[in-house]
Design a protein around this ligand. Structure first.
Ligand code: BGC
Length: 386
């Protein structure tokens, strides 16, 4: 790609440009990278000379739009250039976008992967150019070239979802004490996309919490589909979850038995599950359905008493951590980790910064989501972001 001088380009870049295209090509090969690339001394460069590549999985889910916007805003406010790309949940598109960020001279990469195992060659290319890679929310697996991980406590997300299911069913009280419901209560289980490392943490946390209640018969998984493979939802698609719920209702509940609750790991899936239940005649007091991400359409459903709960993960705080880590790398420092044991990506344990999560029931919407400025009261009422 032809070099076009831009305001803020380093003298180095301008001199390189003056050498002409052929010479640039030669020097690229020799010094491993166009643009600043982190092989160069980023610690002494102005933010305006540095570019951060931000690769997000999809715009079909609100949370990733919020993540992308927050990261971009925070970096731009500090003067950095940002190359933000969404991959439409398509693995080859994400690989190509990351490749392009590298060839165009990104100095740091922040990546939320679609498939956690599919970016090894891109990460090797980044490592060859000494570009630090921050895995954003979803751990990138099977590569030694993941330098840092920022996320939430994903196991605790699963524990929170299962606990919310138990509380919604009345098996437990909010304070953790035993509730009045003794069962047997029919529940069904949903998991996320198997290629997303988080899906396994969520399901493990949930199953560790639910298993004692399944073992003693308080909860009954009538379909007997209790493995993550059976419960999984490829690419976290709402329609796929709706279809599976419809199939479960037909195959396991045609004897008049009722579903009391559904473990759902993500609000989009929860909405698909709720639609399937409503189409099958459930109305009024709905089965207890959990969720994650505090998506506005689901917050409205919680407010209206249709969905039971969600797990709120404040993407603004995650974006902040990603920016802090990116700046540390640019200054050639080591970002501060608060977990150096949990996230083994198959090749190494990736130093991580994990944020806490919060369960939101109807009563918590005001304090957790409106007072914190995440959503406005009007948005909650409308079920739509402004
Ligand atoms: C994220 C969740 C999200 C899911 C689907 C997971 O990796 O951690 O917050 O609900 O992907 O987008």
């Amino acid at each position: 790609m032809a070099y076009e001088p831009r305001r803020g380009d380093s003298l180095n870049k301008r001199l390189l440009a003056a050498l002409g295209a052929a010479a640039v090509a030669l020097s690229l090969a020799a010094c491993s990278g166009e643009g600043a690339g982190s092989g160069t001394d980023t610690a002494n460069q102005a933010p305006t000379d540095l570019t951060i590549g931000v690769s997000m999985p999809t715009q079909t889910s609100e949370r990733w739009i919020a993540d992308g916007n927050s990261v971009k805003e925070k970096l731009t406010a500090k003067g950095y250039k940002v190359d933000l790309q969404y991959a439409g949940d398509d693995i080859p598109t994400q690989s190509q976008q990351v490749d392009q960020m590298i060839t165009q001279g990104a100095d740091v990469l922040i990546i939320a992967a679609i498939d956690g195992t599919a970016l090894s060659s891109q990460l090797q290319a980044a490592a060859d150019k000494k570009i630090p890679v921050i895995s954003y929310d979803r751990l990138i697996r099977d590569s030694k070239n993941v330098d840092f991980y920022v996320s939430f406590d994903n196991y605790k997300v699963g524990v929170a979802q299962a606990t919310a299911l138990l509380v919604g069913l009345g098996v437990l009280n909010k304070d953790g004490s035993e509730g009045t419901a003794k069962g047997p209560l029919n529940v069904e289980l949903f998991a996320g996309s198997l290629d997303d490392n988080n899906a396994h943490f969520f399901f493990d946390g949930a199953m560790d919490t639910l298993k004692p209640f399944i073992d003693k018969g308080t909860l009954v998984v009538k379909s007997k589909q209790t493995s993550i493979e059976q419960a999984a939802t490829l690419r976290w698609q709402q329609e796929t979850a709706q279809k599976r719920m419809e199939d479960l209702l037909t195959s396991s509940y045609n004897d008049g038995a009722k579903v009391a609750g559904v473990l759902s790991p993500y609000d989009g899936l929860s909405r698909g599950i709720i639609t399937a239940l409503q189409n099958a005649g459930y109305k009024g007091k709905m089965p207890v359905v959990t969720g994650q991400d505090a998506e506005i359409a689901s917050v409205k459903l919680i407010n209206d008493g249709v969905q039971s709960s969600t797990v709120f993960k404040d993407t603004r705080l995650l974006a902040e951590q990603a920016v802090t880590a990116a700046e540390a790398f640019l200054k050639k420092a080591t970002p501060e980790a608060n977990d150096t044991k949990t996230y083994d990506n198959g090749v190494k344990v990736v130093p991580s910064y994990l944020l806490p999560v919060e369960t939101v029931y109807k009563d918590d919407i005001q304090k957790s989501l409106i007072d914190s400025g995440y959503w406005t009261a009007d948005e909650v009422k409308a079920g739509q972001a402004k």
